[in-house]
Design a protein around this ligand. Structure first.
Ligand SMILES: Cc1cc2nc3c(=O)[nH]c(=O)nc-3n(C[C@H](O)[C@H](O)[C@H](O)COP(=O)(O)O)c2cc1C
Length: 176
């Protein structure tokens, strides 16, 4: 019964076919970024956006010490970026050496190839004891070129994440 619930739930989540983003961070010591499927606008007034970062990820540990995060909307042209940011970890490689980027507002790494991006200032952080932590952002600068279709979950379903959710240091904010 439990297995059936999990399978049905997974099917429901797949049917949502979420648009994929890349979240970047710079804490003044390190730069980081990863592919993210858990994200949504969560308030209209005040304007807020929420992203959930895995405690397993290098990006999570950098984001904990960063005031701002960069949110990049991916399109069907951005499969290579999705693979770079979703399959490799900043624990092993410098992803920003392998793509075009510049220091944007507040030093946040901006991936110029992307059709749209915004920078959000962190307003709150929620750890519900789960494997992902919620960062609530106030958008402070946004750019849109637009034009193309979003890169969706079904387009990247074959990727193997650089870190699995349970693959995390204890405590999770441990830095090397
Ligand atoms: C389809 C897909 C969706 C993902 N969604 C998230 C997510 O919502 N949040 C997150 O923190 N990691 C997510 N990941 C995992 C990271 O992108 C991946 O583990 C990455 O290699 C971590 O890099 P880092 O250690 O440099 O931060 C996802 C990966 C894939 C392939």
């Amino acid at each position: 019964m439990k297995r059936l619930m999990q399978e049905t739930f997974d099917e429901l989540m797949r049917s949502l076919d979420t648009a994929m983003i890349v979240v970047t961070a710079n804490d003044g010591r390190e730069r980081a970024g990863c592919l993210v499927g858990f994200h949504v606008q969560c308030s209209i007034d005040p304007l807020r956006y929420a992203v959930w970062l895995s405690k397993a990820n290098h990006t999570f540990r950098v984001a904990l010490f960063a005031e701002h995060l960069g949110i990049h909307l991916l399109t069907e042209r951005d499969r290579a970026l999705a693979t770079l940011f979703g399959e490799s970890s900043g624990d092993d490689v410098d992803k920003l050496e392998r793509c075009e980027w510049r220091a944007g507002p507040y030093g946040v790494p901006v991936l110029d190839e992307c059709a749209g991006w915004f920078v959000g200032r962190r307003e709150a952080l929620f750890d519900a004891g789960t494997d992902h932590v919620c960062f609530v952002l106030r958008p402070v600068e946004a750019h849109a070129i637009g034009g193309s279709h979003p890169l969706r979950l079904r387009d990247v379903a074959g990727l193997t994440p650089g870190h699995s959710a349970e693959d995390r240091p204890v405590p999770p904010d441990t830095r090397t």
